[in-house]
Design a protein around this ligand. Structure first.
Ligand SMILES: [Zn+2]
Length: 360
């Protein structure tokens, strides 16, 4: 485990080739690579797509990764657009773009590796000679993560739920906090993250990394993708990869840490959910978030779920059926200052309606 003070990315690294096992990408060059990380039941290679863009000018090396969970698609489009649609003639440094890490899960359109339902995003940094998931993680980590100075790992909510765009980051480390703020999301949820996640293990290996959560599985959500692209551009500006652009300010920001009010509200009854409020919306304490009813909509059996405190809905159920104990929504409290800033920002522009409609 390294301290952040020693892992600040160099502002002026020497212009040098990006190397991985079996290949190199020289300054001023880009390469589309299909890199074998495992083998199928048929003995064919399982190959992940990787695009390495090595700029003409020296600077930090940044990875952008997506689909560690195979059905989380929004990040794939973010990474592809950065890799293939952006002008890289101005790039100071190197981009390592990994749009689909969990190839077996992606092919099956499932969250986990279909092999024994292993979670690739609990298998980092991986290990040689270990399980199939850890071997794959090890191939990705040693070849394409360890050579980097910083990282952005894109996710969505689990199937059946949705998230407003937010960042998860270990903000106790200074470079991670700087990266999280540079991404320019309204909400940052602080914490080191579970063991085996790419962001935690990369950060502990001296590569400050954040997770970006955005929207729902199985979809491309254009507005969220565009917001994430703004975040990437802002990060590249902050760390000197794009020197002509500037860091983006999201209008308001809250960092939610252990001391802040936050909760996953859970259903206390099974039934069908009528969700009244959506992702990215503000709710007042005592306001009805949803009702849960049985198939007959019998009045005496209606369960009403109210907000326990005034806050922002960061994540919410999409599939409107629950067993008792299933999550309904992820609510985070906001400080009075943040609340004021949020309301001001949302009411000054055309976005007055956003306050009611959420962020999509
Ligand atoms: Zn995920």
């Amino acid at each position: 485990m390294s301290d952040d003070a020693t892992s600040d990315p160099p502002d002026e690294a020497a212009t040098e080739a990006f190397t991985y096992n079996g290949g190199r990408v020289d300054p001023g060059e880009s390469a589309n690579i299909r890199y074998g990380i495992s083998e199928t039941y048929l003995g064919d290679p399982v190959r992940i797509p990787v695009t390495v863009v090595n700029g003409e000018h020296p600077g930090p090396t940044v990875f952008l990764s997506a689909a560690a969970h195979g059905d989380e698609l929004n990040g794939i489009e973010v990474v592809r657009e950065v890799a293939h649609d952006w002008d890289h003639s101005i790039l100071h440094g190197t981009l390592v773009c990994l749009p689909v890490m969990n190839v077996p899960g992606f092919l099956a359109q499932e969250r986990y590796l279909p092999i024994y339902d292993r979670d690739l995003n609990r298998s980092f940094p991986g290990r040689e000679g270990s399980t199939s998931a850890r071997r794959m993680a090890n191939q990705i980590f040693t070849n394409f993560i360890e050579p980097c100075d910083l990282g952005l790992d894109f996710h969505t909510s689990t199937r059946g739920r949705t998230n407003m765009l937010h960042v998860r980051a270990n903000t106790e480390r200074s470079t991670v906090a700087r990266l999280a703020k540079a991404f320019s999301s309204n909400v940052i949820i602080a914490g080191e993250g579970p063991s085996g996640t790419l962001r935690r293990e990369a950060t502990e290996a001296g590569i400050p990394t954040i997770t970006v959560e955005m929207g729902e599985a199985h979809r491309f959500q254009r507005r969220l993708i565009d917001r994430a692209l703004t975040g990437v551009a802002s990060v590249l500006a902050e760390f000197g990869l794009h020197r002509e652009s500037s860091v983006h300010w999201p209008g308001w920001r809250t960092v939610i840490d252990d001391d802040d009010e936050k909760t996953w509200l859970r259903a206390d009854a099974g039934g069908i959910v009528d969700m009244k409020r959506g992702r990215g919306q503000l709710v007042e304490e005592g306001e009805v978030i949803c009702t849960i009813t049985n198939p007959f909509k019998e009045d005496e059996d209606i369960v009403t779920v109210e907000a326990p405190f005034t806050g922002l809905i960061v994540g919410v159920l999409e599939n409107p059926v629950v067993y008792p104990g299933n999550p309904l929504c992820h609510l985070v409290g906001l400080s009075p200052d943040t609340l004021t800033a949020l309301e001001r920002e949302r009411t000054t522009e055309r976005s007055r309606s956003d306050l009611r409609q959420g962020d999509d």
